[in-house]
Design a protein around this ligand. Structure first.
Ligand SMILES: [Zn+2]
Length: 435
Protein backbone atom coordinates (compact mmCIF):
# COMPACT_ATOMS: atom_id res chain seq x y z
CA UNK A 1 0.00 0.00 0.00
CA UNK A 2 1.29 3.45 -0.90
CA UNK A 3 1.26 6.08 1.83
CA UNK A 4 2.65 9.49 2.37
CA UNK A 5 3.55 11.34 5.50
CA UNK A 6 4.54 14.93 6.12
CA UNK A 7 7.24 14.99 8.74
CA UNK A 8 7.69 18.72 8.97
CA UNK A 9 7.11 22.10 7.34
CA UNK A 10 3.32 22.44 7.38
CA UNK A 11 3.29 25.74 9.24
CA UNK A 12 6.89 26.86 8.93
CA UNK A 13 8.79 28.42 6.07
CA UNK A 14 11.15 25.62 5.23
CA UNK A 15 12.08 22.41 6.95
CA UNK A 16 9.58 20.72 4.63
CA UNK A 17 9.97 16.98 4.63
CA UNK A 18 7.58 14.52 3.00
CA UNK A 19 8.00 10.76 2.75
CA UNK A 20 6.30 8.62 0.09
CA UNK A 21 6.41 4.96 0.99
CA UNK A 22 5.46 1.64 -0.56
CA UNK A 23 6.18 -1.90 0.56
CA UNK A 24 9.44 -1.83 -1.36
CA UNK A 25 10.74 1.69 -1.29
CA UNK A 26 10.56 5.18 0.11
CA UNK A 27 11.34 8.59 -1.26
CA UNK A 28 11.90 11.52 1.04
CA UNK A 29 11.72 15.00 -0.42
CA UNK A 30 13.91 17.71 0.97
CA UNK A 31 15.82 17.50 4.16
CA UNK A 32 16.12 20.96 5.59
CA UNK A 33 16.16 22.72 8.89
CA UNK A 34 13.04 24.12 10.48
CA UNK A 35 13.30 27.77 11.37
CA UNK A 36 16.63 29.47 11.55
CA UNK A 37 19.70 27.31 11.86
CA UNK A 38 21.15 28.45 15.15
CA UNK A 39 24.45 27.25 16.46
CA UNK A 40 23.72 24.87 19.29
CA UNK A 41 26.16 25.45 22.08
CA UNK A 42 24.95 22.92 24.62
CA UNK A 43 23.50 19.57 23.62
CA UNK A 44 23.10 18.22 27.18
CA UNK A 45 25.69 15.53 26.53
CA UNK A 46 23.83 14.20 23.49
CA UNK A 47 25.20 14.08 19.98
CA UNK A 48 24.12 17.08 17.92
CA UNK A 49 21.85 14.85 15.84
CA UNK A 50 20.15 13.25 18.82
CA UNK A 51 19.69 16.69 20.36
CA UNK A 52 18.02 17.98 17.18
CA UNK A 53 15.72 14.96 17.02
CA UNK A 54 14.85 15.14 20.71
CA UNK A 55 13.83 18.80 20.36
CA UNK A 56 11.92 18.37 17.12
CA UNK A 57 14.32 20.30 14.86
CA UNK A 58 14.90 17.12 12.93
CA UNK A 59 12.17 14.54 12.28
CA UNK A 60 12.30 11.19 14.09
CA UNK A 61 12.12 9.09 10.92
CA UNK A 62 12.60 5.39 11.68
CA UNK A 63 15.29 3.39 9.90
CA UNK A 64 16.97 6.40 8.35
CA UNK A 65 19.72 7.37 10.77
CA UNK A 66 22.51 5.59 12.53
CA UNK A 67 20.99 5.61 16.00
CA UNK A 68 23.44 3.18 17.63
CA UNK A 69 24.97 5.88 19.85
CA UNK A 70 21.67 7.49 20.89
CA UNK A 71 21.24 7.75 24.63
CA UNK A 72 17.68 8.96 25.10
CA UNK A 73 15.78 8.91 21.83
CA UNK A 74 14.39 5.50 20.93
CA UNK A 75 14.45 5.16 17.17
CA UNK A 76 15.13 2.18 14.92
CA UNK A 77 18.36 2.40 13.01
CA UNK A 78 19.10 2.51 9.29
CA UNK A 79 20.56 -0.98 9.52
CA UNK A 80 17.05 -2.29 10.22
CA UNK A 81 15.71 -0.89 6.97
CA UNK A 82 14.83 -3.16 4.10
CA UNK A 83 13.33 -0.40 1.95
CA UNK A 84 15.17 1.07 -0.98
CA UNK A 85 15.52 4.67 0.16
CA UNK A 86 16.41 7.90 -1.58
CA UNK A 87 16.31 11.55 -0.66
CA UNK A 88 15.54 14.18 -3.28
CA UNK A 89 16.60 17.80 -2.80
CA UNK A 90 14.58 20.48 -4.61
CA UNK A 91 17.17 23.23 -4.19
CA UNK A 92 20.18 24.23 -2.18
CA UNK A 93 18.74 26.45 0.54
CA UNK A 94 19.42 25.45 4.14
CA UNK A 95 15.73 25.08 4.89
CA UNK A 96 15.63 22.34 2.24
CA UNK A 97 18.96 20.57 2.70
CA UNK A 98 20.55 21.69 5.97
CA UNK A 99 20.16 18.30 7.67
CA UNK A 100 21.95 16.21 5.02
CA UNK A 101 25.17 16.26 7.01
CA UNK A 102 23.60 14.06 9.69
CA UNK A 103 22.71 11.21 7.37
CA UNK A 104 24.72 7.99 7.12
CA UNK A 105 27.32 7.80 4.35
CA UNK A 106 25.41 5.23 2.35
CA UNK A 107 22.33 7.46 1.97
CA UNK A 108 21.50 8.20 -1.65
CA UNK A 109 20.75 11.86 -2.25
CA UNK A 110 19.50 13.02 -5.64
CA UNK A 111 19.95 16.59 -6.77
CA UNK A 112 20.08 18.45 -10.07
CA UNK A 113 23.43 18.85 -11.81
CA UNK A 114 23.49 22.59 -11.12
CA UNK A 115 22.44 22.17 -7.50
CA UNK A 116 25.22 19.63 -7.03
CA UNK A 117 27.74 21.94 -8.65
CA UNK A 118 26.66 24.73 -6.32
CA UNK A 119 26.87 22.38 -3.34
CA UNK A 120 30.34 21.09 -4.14
CA UNK A 121 31.67 24.58 -4.86
CA UNK A 122 30.25 26.02 -1.65
CA UNK A 123 31.88 23.19 0.29
CA UNK A 124 35.18 23.89 -1.49
CA UNK A 125 35.13 27.59 -0.53
CA UNK A 126 34.05 26.89 3.04
CA UNK A 127 30.51 28.28 2.68
CA UNK A 128 28.78 24.95 3.22
CA UNK A 129 29.43 21.92 5.39
CA UNK A 130 30.44 18.68 3.80
CA UNK A 131 28.09 15.78 4.14
CA UNK A 132 29.02 12.10 3.94
CA UNK A 133 26.07 11.09 1.74
CA UNK A 134 26.29 9.76 -1.79
CA UNK A 135 25.21 12.59 -4.12
CA UNK A 136 23.66 11.46 -7.40
CA UNK A 137 22.86 14.07 -10.02
CA UNK A 138 19.98 14.21 -12.46
CA UNK A 139 18.98 16.29 -15.43
CA UNK A 140 15.58 17.98 -15.62
CA UNK A 141 12.86 15.58 -16.78
CA UNK A 142 14.98 12.47 -16.22
CA UNK A 143 12.92 9.58 -14.83
CA UNK A 144 14.42 8.04 -11.73
CA UNK A 145 13.24 4.75 -10.27
CA UNK A 146 13.53 4.06 -6.58
CA UNK A 147 12.02 0.58 -6.28
CA UNK A 148 8.41 0.98 -7.39
CA UNK A 149 8.44 4.76 -6.93
CA UNK A 150 9.14 6.92 -9.97
CA UNK A 151 10.41 10.44 -9.58
CA UNK A 152 10.57 12.95 -12.38
CA UNK A 153 12.28 16.23 -11.51
CA UNK A 154 11.15 19.36 -13.34
CA UNK A 155 13.39 22.40 -13.50
CA UNK A 156 11.66 25.43 -12.00
CA UNK A 157 12.45 28.98 -10.93
CA UNK A 158 13.50 30.03 -7.45
CA UNK A 159 16.19 32.41 -6.23
CA UNK A 160 18.90 29.79 -6.38
CA UNK A 161 20.33 27.93 -9.34
CA UNK A 162 19.16 24.43 -10.32
CA UNK A 163 15.84 24.44 -8.42
CA UNK A 164 13.29 21.69 -9.15
CA UNK A 165 9.76 20.52 -8.56
CA UNK A 166 9.16 16.76 -8.35
CA UNK A 167 6.48 14.57 -9.94
CA UNK A 168 6.34 11.40 -7.87
CA UNK A 169 4.38 8.32 -8.85
CA UNK A 170 3.89 5.24 -6.70
CA UNK A 171 1.22 2.54 -7.02
CA UNK A 172 -2.10 4.37 -6.64
CA UNK A 173 -0.60 7.82 -6.01
CA UNK A 174 0.56 10.75 -8.11
CA UNK A 175 2.03 13.50 -5.99
CA UNK A 176 3.72 16.77 -6.91
CA UNK A 177 6.18 18.54 -4.66
CA UNK A 178 6.29 22.13 -5.89
CA UNK A 179 9.60 22.99 -4.27
CA UNK A 180 9.93 26.75 -3.79
CA UNK A 181 8.63 28.58 -6.81
CA UNK A 182 8.04 32.00 -8.32
CA UNK A 183 6.97 33.50 -11.61
CA UNK A 184 9.06 36.65 -11.27
CA UNK A 185 12.53 35.22 -11.75
CA UNK A 186 14.76 34.67 -14.76
CA UNK A 187 13.00 31.49 -15.93
CA UNK A 188 9.21 31.86 -15.67
CA UNK A 189 8.87 29.66 -18.77
CA UNK A 190 10.22 26.70 -16.78
CA UNK A 191 7.41 27.15 -14.26
CA UNK A 192 4.77 27.50 -16.98
CA UNK A 193 6.10 24.32 -18.54
CA UNK A 194 5.92 22.11 -15.48
CA UNK A 195 2.57 23.55 -14.44
CA UNK A 196 1.15 22.63 -17.85
CA UNK A 197 2.72 19.16 -17.61
CA UNK A 198 1.24 18.81 -14.13
CA UNK A 199 -2.22 19.65 -15.47
CA UNK A 200 -1.84 16.98 -18.17
CA UNK A 201 -0.57 14.47 -15.61
CA UNK A 202 -3.66 14.79 -13.35
CA UNK A 203 -2.03 14.43 -9.93
CA UNK A 204 -3.80 13.34 -6.78
CA UNK A 205 -1.84 15.66 -4.53
CA UNK A 206 -0.09 18.96 -5.03
CA UNK A 207 2.10 19.99 -2.13
CA UNK A 208 2.37 23.71 -2.75
CA UNK A 209 4.63 26.17 -0.99
CA UNK A 210 2.73 29.16 0.41
CA UNK A 211 5.41 31.52 1.67
CA UNK A 212 3.62 34.64 0.43
CA UNK A 213 0.49 33.78 2.45
CA UNK A 214 2.59 34.33 5.57
CA UNK A 215 2.62 38.09 5.06
CA UNK A 216 -0.08 40.71 4.62
CA UNK A 217 1.72 42.78 2.05
CA UNK A 218 4.63 42.00 -0.18
CA UNK A 219 7.71 42.65 1.88
CA UNK A 220 9.01 46.19 1.78
CA UNK A 221 12.00 46.97 -0.37
CA UNK A 222 11.43 43.94 -2.51
CA UNK A 223 11.35 44.49 -6.23
CA UNK A 224 8.64 42.84 -8.20
CA UNK A 225 10.99 40.76 -10.25
CA UNK A 226 14.65 39.97 -10.82
CA UNK A 227 14.50 42.04 -14.00
CA UNK A 228 13.11 45.05 -12.13
CA UNK A 229 15.89 44.65 -9.59
CA UNK A 230 18.59 44.86 -12.26
CA UNK A 231 16.89 47.92 -13.79
CA UNK A 232 16.88 49.63 -10.38
CA UNK A 233 20.50 48.69 -9.92
CA UNK A 234 21.41 50.37 -13.19
CA UNK A 235 19.50 53.51 -12.21
CA UNK A 236 21.34 53.59 -8.92
CA UNK A 237 24.70 53.36 -10.69
CA UNK A 238 23.75 56.01 -13.21
CA UNK A 239 22.69 58.44 -10.49
CA UNK A 240 25.62 57.82 -8.15
CA UNK A 241 28.69 59.62 -9.42
CA UNK A 242 30.93 60.33 -6.49
CA UNK A 243 31.04 57.42 -4.11
CA UNK A 244 31.72 53.76 -3.61
CA UNK A 245 28.89 51.24 -3.73
CA UNK A 246 29.04 48.02 -1.74
CA UNK A 247 26.89 45.12 -2.88
CA UNK A 248 25.90 42.31 -0.50
CA UNK A 249 24.34 39.39 -2.43
CA UNK A 250 23.27 35.92 -1.33
CA UNK A 251 26.03 33.60 -2.46
CA UNK A 252 23.59 30.91 -3.64
CA UNK A 253 21.86 33.23 -6.10
CA UNK A 254 24.45 32.81 -8.83
CA UNK A 255 22.15 34.12 -11.58
CA UNK A 256 21.56 37.43 -9.86
CA UNK A 257 25.23 37.91 -9.05
CA UNK A 258 26.03 37.35 -12.69
CA UNK A 259 23.36 39.78 -13.97
CA UNK A 260 24.24 42.48 -11.43
CA UNK A 261 27.96 42.24 -12.16
CA UNK A 262 27.33 42.48 -15.91
CA UNK A 263 25.01 45.46 -15.43
CA UNK A 264 27.69 47.11 -13.30
CA UNK A 265 30.29 46.79 -16.04
CA UNK A 266 27.72 48.08 -18.55
CA UNK A 267 27.34 51.21 -16.45
CA UNK A 268 31.08 51.81 -16.50
CA UNK A 269 32.07 50.58 -13.04
CA UNK A 270 34.28 47.62 -12.26
CA UNK A 271 32.61 44.92 -10.16
CA UNK A 272 35.15 43.70 -7.61
CA UNK A 273 34.52 40.26 -6.12
CA UNK A 274 35.71 38.58 -2.97
CA UNK A 275 37.82 35.62 -3.97
CA UNK A 276 35.52 32.85 -2.71
CA UNK A 277 32.66 34.30 -4.73
CA UNK A 278 34.83 34.24 -7.83
CA UNK A 279 35.45 30.54 -7.36
CA UNK A 280 31.72 30.06 -7.42
CA UNK A 281 31.29 32.20 -10.52
CA UNK A 282 34.14 30.32 -12.16
CA UNK A 283 32.32 27.01 -11.64
CA UNK A 284 29.31 28.29 -13.58
CA UNK A 285 31.02 30.62 -16.07
CA UNK A 286 34.41 29.01 -16.68
CA UNK A 287 35.43 31.23 -19.59
CA UNK A 288 35.14 34.63 -17.92
CA UNK A 289 37.67 36.76 -16.07
CA UNK A 290 36.97 38.44 -12.74
CA UNK A 291 38.33 41.38 -10.80
CA UNK A 292 39.08 40.35 -7.22
CA UNK A 293 39.98 42.31 -4.12
CA UNK A 294 43.52 41.42 -3.00
CA UNK A 295 42.51 41.67 0.66
CA UNK A 296 39.92 38.91 0.17
CA UNK A 297 42.45 36.36 -1.08
CA UNK A 298 42.11 33.02 0.65
CA UNK A 299 44.38 30.90 -1.51
CA UNK A 300 47.82 31.62 -2.85
CA UNK A 301 47.02 29.99 -6.17
CA UNK A 302 47.66 32.01 -9.26
CA UNK A 303 44.55 31.91 -11.38
CA UNK A 304 44.65 33.12 -14.93
CA UNK A 305 41.02 34.27 -14.84
CA UNK A 306 41.59 36.67 -11.95
CA UNK A 307 42.69 40.29 -12.10
CA UNK A 308 43.68 41.48 -8.63
CA UNK A 309 42.99 44.94 -7.28
CA UNK A 310 43.89 46.26 -3.84
CA UNK A 311 41.69 48.21 -1.46
CA UNK A 312 44.19 51.09 -1.73
CA UNK A 313 43.61 51.25 -5.48
CA UNK A 314 39.85 51.25 -4.99
CA UNK A 315 40.19 54.03 -2.39
CA UNK A 316 41.85 56.26 -4.98
CA UNK A 317 38.80 56.18 -7.26
CA UNK A 318 35.88 54.80 -5.26
CA UNK A 319 33.40 56.06 -7.87
CA UNK A 320 34.83 53.61 -10.41
CA UNK A 321 33.98 50.47 -8.43
CA UNK A 322 31.34 48.30 -6.87
CA UNK A 323 32.68 46.10 -4.07
CA UNK A 324 30.91 42.82 -3.54
CA UNK A 325 30.83 42.48 0.22
CA UNK A 326 29.91 39.66 2.55
CA UNK A 327 29.06 40.31 6.19
CA UNK A 328 32.41 39.08 7.49
CA UNK A 329 34.10 41.86 5.50
CA UNK A 330 31.63 44.62 6.30
CA UNK A 331 34.25 46.50 8.35
CA UNK A 332 35.78 47.45 5.00
CA UNK A 333 33.30 50.31 4.76
CA UNK A 334 35.55 52.17 7.20
CA UNK A 335 38.12 52.53 4.42
CA UNK A 336 35.81 55.08 2.76
CA UNK A 337 34.45 58.46 3.81
CA UNK A 338 30.95 57.62 2.68
CA UNK A 339 29.13 55.23 0.40
CA UNK A 340 26.07 53.20 -0.40
CA UNK A 341 25.57 49.69 0.93
CA UNK A 342 23.19 47.79 -1.34
CA UNK A 343 21.79 44.82 0.53
CA UNK A 344 20.54 42.26 -1.99
CA UNK A 345 19.14 39.40 0.11
CA UNK A 346 22.64 38.73 1.45
CA UNK A 347 23.47 37.61 4.97
CA UNK A 348 22.40 38.71 7.53
CA UNK A 349 19.08 38.16 5.79
CA UNK A 350 16.82 40.14 8.10
CA UNK A 351 16.38 41.76 11.49
CA UNK A 352 15.67 38.39 13.15
CA UNK A 353 19.41 37.79 12.82
CA UNK A 354 21.35 39.72 15.49
CA UNK A 355 24.09 40.42 12.94
CA UNK A 356 21.63 42.62 11.09
CA UNK A 357 21.80 45.28 13.81
CA UNK A 358 25.59 44.89 13.89
CA UNK A 359 25.71 45.56 10.16
CA UNK A 360 23.50 48.65 10.42
CA UNK A 361 25.70 50.04 13.23
CA UNK A 362 28.84 49.42 11.20
CA UNK A 363 27.35 51.26 8.24
CA UNK A 364 26.11 54.19 10.33
CA UNK A 365 29.55 54.62 11.88
CA UNK A 366 31.04 55.12 8.43
CA UNK A 367 28.30 57.32 6.93
CA UNK A 368 27.12 54.58 4.63
CA UNK A 369 23.57 54.62 3.36
CA UNK A 370 21.81 51.24 3.72
CA UNK A 371 19.84 50.45 0.59
CA UNK A 372 17.77 47.24 0.36
CA UNK A 373 17.68 45.94 -3.19
CA UNK A 374 16.08 42.53 -3.02
CA UNK A 375 13.59 40.36 -4.88
CA UNK A 376 11.55 37.49 -3.53
CA UNK A 377 12.15 33.85 -4.37
CA UNK A 378 8.47 33.10 -3.84
CA UNK A 379 5.35 33.47 -5.93
CA UNK A 380 2.72 36.04 -4.99
CA UNK A 381 -0.57 34.72 -3.57
CA UNK A 382 -2.40 35.27 -6.85
CA UNK A 383 0.28 33.38 -8.76
CA UNK A 384 -0.01 30.43 -6.36
CA UNK A 385 -3.76 30.35 -6.84
CA UNK A 386 -3.29 30.42 -10.60
CA UNK A 387 -0.78 27.54 -10.42
CA UNK A 388 -3.11 25.41 -8.27
CA UNK A 389 -6.11 26.14 -10.51
CA UNK A 390 -4.20 25.11 -13.57
CA UNK A 391 -2.75 21.92 -12.04
CA UNK A 392 -6.17 20.82 -10.74
CA UNK A 393 -4.84 18.24 -8.33
CA UNK A 394 -7.52 16.27 -6.49
CA UNK A 395 -6.11 17.83 -3.33
CA UNK A 396 -3.78 20.77 -2.93
CA UNK A 397 -1.98 20.76 0.40
CA UNK A 398 -0.62 24.09 1.67
CA UNK A 399 2.78 24.00 3.35
CA UNK A 400 5.98 26.05 3.62
CA UNK A 401 3.94 28.93 5.09
CA UNK A 402 3.22 30.42 8.49
CA UNK A 403 -0.45 30.64 7.48
CA UNK A 404 -1.63 27.28 6.08
CA UNK A 405 -5.24 27.99 7.22
CA UNK A 406 -5.35 31.31 5.43
CA UNK A 407 -3.99 29.71 2.27
CA UNK A 408 -6.47 26.85 2.62
CA UNK A 409 -9.44 29.26 3.01
CA UNK A 410 -8.38 31.30 -0.02
CA UNK A 411 -7.96 28.18 -2.14
CA UNK A 412 -11.34 26.79 -1.13
CA UNK A 413 -12.98 30.15 -1.85
CA UNK A 414 -11.38 30.05 -5.29
CA UNK A 415 -12.76 26.58 -5.94
CA UNK A 416 -9.43 24.80 -5.52
CA UNK A 417 -9.95 21.59 -3.50
CA UNK A 418 -7.50 21.92 -0.65
CA UNK A 419 -6.63 19.90 2.36
CA UNK A 420 -4.94 20.77 5.66
CA UNK A 421 -2.63 17.88 6.37
CA UNK A 422 -1.56 16.89 9.85
CA UNK A 423 2.07 16.63 10.79
CA UNK A 424 3.26 13.06 11.13
CA UNK A 425 -0.04 11.48 10.07
CA UNK A 426 0.18 8.63 7.56
CA UNK A 427 -2.17 9.12 4.61
CA UNK A 428 -3.01 6.31 2.26
CA UNK A 429 -3.26 7.02 -1.44
CA UNK A 430 -6.85 5.70 -1.48
CA UNK A 431 -7.89 7.92 1.40
CA UNK A 432 -6.57 11.09 -0.21
CA UNK A 433 -8.32 10.36 -3.50
CA UNK A 434 -11.67 9.95 -1.77
CA UNK A 435 -11.26 12.79 0.65
ZN1 LIG B 1 12.16 27.24 1.24
Amino acid sequence: MTTFQIWNGLNTIGGNIVEIRTEKARVICDFGLTGIGKVIENTDGLSEMEYLIKHGFMPAIPELYDTSAFQMVKLSSVKDSSLETAIFISHLHLDHMGLLKYLPAATKVYLSEETDKLYQTLVAVGEEEESPVECITFKGNEKIEIGDIHVQPKLTDHDTIGACAFFIEAPGLKLIHSGDVRLTGYYPELVDKWVQEAADWRPDVLLLEGTSFSFEEPKESGYESETALVESWKKLLQSTMDQIIFYNPYIRNVDRLRKVSLATEECGRTFVFEESYTQLMHAFYPNETWTVLTESATSSQEQSDIKWISLAEVQQHPEHYVLQNSFKNSEMVSAFEKGIYAHSNGEPLGDYDSNYAVLLDTLAASQFEFLPIGASGHAAQEDLIRIAKKVQAKQTIPWHTFEPEKMYQRFMAEGVPAFLAEKGKVYSAAEIRHN
